[in-house]
Design a protein around this ligand. Structure first.
Ligand code: CU
Length: 633
């Protein structure tokens, strides 16, 4: 029954889309493309020489299910084997000579290959092959690091490719001499529907895209399994268009090196820092280390909601075979694209429960509905209550009220859902147990998986914040709509004995107003906020939060005239910066989606200054900035 349904759905979908991009024409013989998990290096390595053959050809790719929509794309392949996305992994020790025979087997297309050269390298050094042409290239690797090769048949630059040649990518990893690879390599790819793109300005959350990790989109991406305390090493390559702030749930990771494909720069111990979100721009790479502290199911995903929305699926969400079987599986149905699922197994030693001397804090967070707040669309808002205390004004203000907790003090937050639809709350940046992480149908351990919070129901969350800093709470269900409708707020953790001083502690939360496609950005809920009043000689802590749905390149600046004033960096994503990085610097910072940054600012003179939040335009009509006068007294 099920497979018949799938087949039927596939036929309906396949019939509705043009064959120019989708699948094979009947009778045509083009190979099926497999997903490449980048475990097995290509070629034979002998006496310091790697000999490989790379063939560029056309095939059919199934980024979702094998019986889902297929895409006709160009790829790299090992002759005689199934072509793969990403292309064959080239992985050798530093100093190896690579002898690659490349062959352009794409009919009627000129192939321009980048990246088959020593590192650090020149991005303009390319190899051009006419259709049918074959050539041998020889080069020595150069410096160890994570790199990639890529090609185009449309003459485009890497961040501009989107259609038939968007998957001509492969990883090129150069290992330091004498080391054994214990890492995994992930290549981000993005195929975008050329017909929809040609229409211009269409909301790509409603388009048909394939944004993939190693050739597959969520929930068909690989499941990774680790144990608590393992030292996990990953190399990420963004061989695609798009800015992707990559967010880890439930714990921090450390970025060990960053690169642009031609150069890979290891960070010294002084330059490394803990993050829960790190922005990857088009064409960049990063290597990271992560030690899972807690068992259970976790996610690593892009925080640009358009890149993980089910609306971008090739098979429209309403035509998806449902994963729901009795209990909710929001995690499978409700996301797509750039999401990786991780199962962490418990360690053999039982965890040592830390007792706290501090009394349990009991809070209640209520999600409420405000009909007609955004024209025909309702607004959503959070209200907060502590113990028997007053509910914060349920006036529908966004952001939600700050939840202020204390490091080391256990908190119990009852999330009560008064919306007419299910919801779920994620405690962004918080190190907690998987069950409370807020991904309905995923968070938790086998047999103990967190549900959605149904209308009228509540869900009790328990955690003890292990560090003081700036965090976020936000919905993680029907994300684009629920988030832009108002379900988010700042989550601040203070050191024991401290209280939030609204004079010195300035929350700067950036979000959007309402669920339309082209909605303005807000600073603390306001599109045109009033002046900021500060006093000379007083030390302020500015806590910046970007919880917009799709604005990964927001930049905040404190300017005097056209120049930034000075501030001191304190923390990123809730973790204090190491002393070597907690330094004074020009007051300008890109804050990507899902990042938080804390800066200390002490006004020194009564100069006229202003705070600017700059938003690179996504669409012609999107408002580009918020400018707030800062009055120094
Ligand atoms: Cu993304």
């Amino acid at each position: 029954m099920r497979s018949t349904q799938c087949l039927l759905l596939f036929c309906v979908v396949a019939a509705a889309v043009p064959t120019a991009f989708f699948g094979r024409t009947p009778g045509e013989d083009i190979p099926e493309i497999k997903a490449n998990d980048n475990r097995l290096p290509h070629g034979s390595l002998k006496d310091g020489v790697l000999t490989i053959e790379l063939e560029a050809l056309e095939g059919t790719w199934y980024p979702e299910q094998r019986d889902g929509p297929g895409l006709r794309v160009q790829v790299f392949a090992q002759p005689g084997r199934s072509p793969e996305i990403p292309g064959p992994l080239i992985r050798v020790p530093e100093g190896t000579e690579i002898r690659a025979t490349v062959h352009n087997a794409i009919p009627g297309a000129t192939l321009v290959i980048h990246g088959l050269h020593p590192r650090p390298g020149n991005p303009d050094e390319t190899i051009q092959l006419a259709s049918g042409e074959r050539r041998e290239v020889r080069f020595r690797t150069g410096k160890a690091g994570a790199y990639y090769y890529w090609a185009t048949t449309t003459g485009k630059a890497l961040p501009d490719r989107y259609g038939v040649d968007s998957q001509l990518n492969g990883a090129l990893i150069v290992d330091p001499q004498g080391t054994r690879a214990d890492d995994r390599v992930f290549v981000i790819g993005w195929w975008e529907n050329p017909e929809l793109r040609a229409m211009g300005g269409y909301p790509f959350t409603k388009g048909r895209n394939a944004i993939v990790i190693n050739g597959r989109a969520w929930p068909y991406t690989e499941r990774l399994t680790y144990g608590v305390g393992d030292s996990v090493h990953w190399r990420w390559i963004n061989a695609a268009q798009g800015n992707h702030p990559m967010h880890l749930h439930g714990s921090y990771y450390t970025v060990d090196s960053i690169g642009d494909g031609e150069r890979d720069t290891p960070l010294s111990s002084d330059q490394r820092r803990l993050v829960v979100t790190e922005l990857m721009r088009p064409g960049t790479t990063m290597s990271l280390t992560w030690m899972p502290p807690q068992p259970g199911n976790w996610l690593f995903h892009c925080h640009v909601l358009a890149h993980i929305s089910p609306g971008l699926r090739l098979r429209p969400a309403d035509k998806e075979p449902s994963f729901a079987q009795g209990e909710s599986h929001h995690a499978m149905d409700g996301m797509a694209g750039l999401v990786l699922g991780i199962n962490v197994l418990p360690s053999r030693a039982p965890p040592v429960a830390k007792q706290s001397d501090l009394p349990l804090r009991r809070l209640r967070l209520t999600a409420q509905l405000q009909p007609g707040r955004y024209g025909k669309d309702p607004g959503f808002a959070f209200a907060l209550q502590e113990g028997a205390g007053q509910l914060t004004e349920p006036s529908g203000r966004v952001p939600g009220p700050p939840i202020v907790l204390t490091r080391g003090q256990p908190a119990e937050i009852t999330v009560l859902n008064k919306l007419p639809e299910p919801t779920s709350v994620h405690w962004h940046g918080m190190e907690l147990e998987s069950y409370y992480d807020g991904i309905a149908g995923w968070s938790g351990t086998p047999g103990h998986i967190a549900p959605m919070i149904e209308p009228g129901a509540s869900f009790v969350v328990r955690f003890t914040p292990p560090r003081a800093g700036t965090f976020i709470y936000h919905t993680h269900l029907d994300d684009i709509r629920q988030l832009s409708s108002g379900l988010y707020g700042p989550l601040i953790v203070l050191e024991p004995g401290q209280s939030l001083d609204p004079e010195r502690d300035r929350l700067m939360l950036i979000s959007v107003r309402g669920p339309s496609d082209n909605t303005p950005i807000l600073l603390n809920g306001d599109a045109e906020p009033g002046p900021i009043e500060v006093k000379q000689g007083v030390r302020y802590r500015f806590r910046f939060i970007n919880i917009t749905p799709h604005d990964p390149l927001l930049t905040v600046s404190l300017l005097a005239g056209s120049s930034p004033v000075a501030w001191r960096a304190i923390a990123k994503d809730g973790a204090d910066l190491p002393v070597s990085q907690a330094t004074g610097r020009p007051a300008r910072q890109t804050v990507s989606v899902g990042e938080t940054y804390d800066f200390e600012f002490e006004p020194r003179s009564a100069d006229e200054i202003r705070l600017e939040v700059f938003r690179p335009a996504r669409a012609a009509s999107a408002q580009s900035q918020i400018v707030v006068p800062v009055h120094v007294h």
